[in-house]
Design a protein around this ligand. Structure first.
Ligand SMILES: CC(C)(COP(=O)(O)OP(=O)(O)OC[C@H]1O[C@@H](n2cnc3c(N)ncnc32)[C@H](O)[C@@H]1OP(=O)(O)O)[C@@H](O)C(=O)NCCC(=O)NCCS
Length: 292
């Protein structure tokens, strides 16, 4: 059985339904899931009452339930306005660790998209930490959202375990729900690549220098690229680097800041995130292109 078929089979084994929260106990369960996923102190938790009010006043709160009816994840967005148009801003997407990589997060986002479109809202904005390849792949690669801006220390200091140690830099994303590119990405899944060919086709604006096993720095970033499309490589194990050597993670954050701020100013956007296997190791790339 091929890895793709095996993965699909695993996903089919999990029965998940997505629906608005059933009762107050589910709102409380959202608090527990936040504690489990982000290990935050209570000051950084969206309380049940706030979730309830926001979901009754234009926000969208959807839960993922397992076959026993337990809440295993949720997606939460609030109503906002961008350039005079109503949008949903996605504040949280969380899936309990035991249920990850079974498409639960994807199903929650599909349901959020459907609900937003039903309300005639055609965009969901959100943000993610660019040092987390998993979030980059999920948001850009799987959902087909685009990153259009880079915010330094966006959330200030938080108590979330994933923010610990570094300023809370974020890539700001725009998910154009009804665009052909998003519909195509959701229908066909993340783009399949012939990486051997494609890596030769595109400029890579940096390269990795392995200084110890599993520990790679970035070379200087090329800032004079004028190609319409190019790649920026990051270590697939960046979160592990962060936990082993905060100084090296800080240097990576500096390179990400430099590359994104520079090229966003030149009207590029990040439209994809590639993960490829080469010679037994995983490589990861942000894909940037001129805004069309
Ligand atoms: C982000 C999150 C909600 C995703 O939920 P999920 O149910 O695991 O999502 P899915 O199964 O739909 O998709 C996960 C994808 O990431 C891939 N993935 C897993 N680990 C990865 C990694 N280290 N790097 C890149 N991709 C990775 C999986 O293979 C899967 O892709 P595939 O379906 O093409 O194989 C979940 O991981 C989570 O709760 N994370 C912590 C909270 C968080 O960071 N939220 C913000 C999200 S932007």
């Amino acid at each position: 059985m091929s890895p793709a078929v095996r993965r699909k089979k695993r996903k089919d084994e999990i029965k998940v339904s997505v629906a608005p929260l059933h009762n107050m106990a589910d709102y409380k369960a959202c608090e527990d899931i936040q504690r489990e996923v982000w290990h935050s102190q209570d000051l950084d938790i969206f309380p049940a009452q706030m979730l309830l009010v926001a979901s009754r006043t234009g926000g969208i709160l959807l839960g993922a339930y397992n076959s026993l009816g337990d809440l295993i994840g949720f997606a939460f967005s609030i109503l906002g306005v961008l350039n005079g148009e109503p949008i949903q801003h996605s504040c949280m997407l969380a899936v309990r660790a035991a249920y990850r990589n079974f498409d639960v997060g994807f199903k929650l986002k599909l349901a959020q998209r459907k609900e937003a479109l039903k309300r005639k809202i055609t965009a969901v904005t959100s943000s993610f930490d660019p040092v987390l390849p998993m979030n980059a792949y999920f948001t850009l690669g799987k959902l087909g959202a685009r990153a259009t801006a880079y915010e330094e220390n966006f959330c200030g200091e938080t108590t979330s375990s994933s923010d610990r140690g570094l300023p809370t830099d974020r890539l700001m994303t725009y998910w154009d729900l009804d665009s052909n590119s998003v519909i195509g990405r959701l229908d066909a899944g993340p783009q399949r690549h012939d990486f051997r060919k494609e890596l030769k086709q595109y400029t890579i604006i940096n390269h990795l220098d392995e200084v110890a096993p599993g520990m790679a720095n970035s070379s200087a970033v090329k800032l004079n690229c004028t190609e319409d499309q190019f790649l920026f490589e990051v270590p697939y194990n960046l979160p592990e680097i962060k936990s082993r050597d905060l100084g090296m993670a800080l240097e990576w954050q500096g390179k990400l800041r430099q590359a994104f701020r520079h090229y966003f100013k030149k009207d590029y956007v990040a439209t994809d995130f590639w993960v490829m296997e080469q010679d037994g190791r995983l490589r990861a790339f942000y894909f940037l292109e001129k805004n069309k």
